[in-house]
Design a protein around this ligand. Sequence first.
Ligand SMILES: Cc1cc2nc3c(=O)[nH]c(=O)nc-3n(C[C@H](O)[C@H](O)[C@H](O)COP(=O)(O)OP(=O)(O)OC[C@H]3O[C@@H](n4cnc5c(N)ncnc54)[C@H](O)[C@@H]3O)c2cc1C
Ligand code: FES
Length: 255
Amino acid sequence: MRNKGTVLFNRQTGEGVFYMRLAVKKKFKALPAQFINIKVSDTVVPLLRRPFSIFSAENKELDIVYKVIGEGTRLLSEKKKGDVLDFIGPQGNTYPVDLKNKKAQIIIIGGGTGAASVHFLAQELKKKKRKFTLIQGARNKHLIVAEKEFKKFGCLFATEDGSLGTRGYVTDVLKKVLEPNAVIYACGPEAMIKAIKEKVKGMDDVKFYASFEAYMGCGIGACISCVIPVGVPDNFVYKRVCKEGTVFDVSEVVI
Ligand SMILES: Cc1cc2nc3c(=O)[nH]c(=O)nc-3n(C[C@H](O)[C@H](O)[C@H](O)COP(=O)(O)OP(=O)(O)OC[C@H]3O[C@@H](n4cnc5c(N)ncnc54)[C@H](O)[C@@H]3O)c2cc1C
Ligand code: FES
């Protein structure tokens, strides 16, 4: 669905990391792991919209957090209060959470800017009074996303240089908290998803779902630039992250 949002604020919160709030006209209904595809410029350059996970959607406000990595995100970082952004969304599926299964331990893991997507999940589970363990990892404290907001959920942090929380990777924290029958939901770099998959290998009772941030073109299922292989190494089909995802059962993804 095509939409417009007015920038309420666009603050730098870390090393190239920004937190933006948009006001939308109607109450914005979205689910964790869904994303919006933003037109970052009024000209044709850059031509393609840029996808961002929804960090939070409350009433008529919508938050994203993002890291400046190229021209599109640089242009986004220059947006000021009152600027109007054209976006498409919410797009994509959501994390499959079985709220009736109260025995399963829920572990939520965000790496880098993938933390945005899992923040929304934590927010929704908290509203439903469902317990969970939240983990966020980054290279260092300055790259941690929305530290204050994550601390509200008792987040366990992991940084490679030890500047916040455990020194090491999210998998080092996971190792300490993981229980049999856990369900893990994650979003982050593919290397992180692969490392978690390795960690839970052979633990048949553990389920692992991840939201993939594949490099996108159209964001609406038409260009097939965002596909990932689903199946087994010698027998798989390509699925579109923007349409069939972004969330997949990681045991079915060839990574
Ligand atoms: C579903 C989804 C949700 C996302 N959510 C967030 C979010 O919440 N916050 C956030 O900061 N970022 C998020 N991203 C990534 C974000 O869309 C890209 O960082 C952004 O589009 C880069 O645009 P750019 O013009 O600044 O950089 P570009 O000039 O387009 O790219 C700069 C460099 O980064 C590489 N690159 C760009 N996008 C990706 C990607 N998705 N995966 C791997 N390499 C890439 C390019 O190949 C290039 O080398 C998400 C991506 C997807 C697909
Ligand atoms: S981005 Fe075009 S099909 Fe997914």
